[in-house]
Design a protein around this ligand. Structure first.
Ligand code: ADP
Length: 195
């Protein structure tokens, strides 16, 4: 299991779990949110153009996101696999990822879907706001991001369900508990994945 998408709403723990799982699977964790924030922090052209949109919790246009992702996947460390966090989020991105993989005769191995209620997510994101000060972690923007997830991104799960790729995991609990659940569903699907 080397080509994996970690799917789920904002605040569900994709960053935390993604780092741990990627290490366990021996692949790089690639977060489009982190890549965009690095652009903003470094003051690149792209970062300057996108900072207001990201602070408002809106999605970056697919053409920009898809180009950035394609460049990242072309780097040597992603040649043997990857764990994606925060991509794909739109139908166009799902199609682009399939296309990119098909070009090298590859396909996704699994989509790990982390779940938690909006109440839990809001509470966690507000806590993170206090700790990290991310520009998009205000209550108003958090609610907007959750709404976008439900409207634009959550329906994409059906596409991956149709390909029998989705492994569902309860995201409520301590990071260790959630990690144990992820490891358990992966081991069940592919016993040799973590050895
Ligand atoms: P979260 O999932 O907690 O909202 P991320 O760190 O994954 O946060 O993403 C932060 C922001 O970066 C998003 O709100 C959006 O503006 C932008 N972004 C990240 N990934 C994508 C993507 N795949 N498509 C469009 N915009 C994205």
């Amino acid at each position: 299991m080397k080509r994996v998408v970690l799917f789920g709403p904002p605040g569900v723990g994709k960053g935390t779990q993604g780092g741990r799982l990627a290490a366990a699977l021996g692949v790089p964790a690639i977060s489009t949110g982190d890549l965009f924030r690095a652009h903003v922090k470094n003051g690149t052209d792209l970062g300057r153009r996108l900072s207001a949109l990201i602070a408002a919790g809106d999605y970056v246009p697919d053409s920009i996101t898809n180009t950035m992702l394609a460049e990242r996947l072309a780097e040597p460390d992603a040649g043997g696999g990857f764990l994606l966090d925060g991509y794909p989020r739109t139908a166009d991105q799902v199609a682009e990822l399939d296309r990119l993989l098909a070009r090298s005769g590859e396909s996704l191995d699994a989509v790990l879907l982390l779940a938690a209620s909006d109440e839990v997510l809001e509470e966690r994101l507000l806590k993170r706001a206090a700790a990290e000060g991310r520009s998009d972690d205000t209550l108003e923007v958090i609610r907007h991001r959750l709404g976008l997830y439900h409207a634009e991104t959550e329906p994409l799960v059906a596409l991956y369900d149709a390909a029998d790729l989705v492994l569902r995991v309860d995201g409520v609990g301590t990071p260790d508990e959630v990690q144990d659940r992820l490891i358990a569903v992966i081991a069940e699907r592919e016993p040799s994945a973590l050895s």
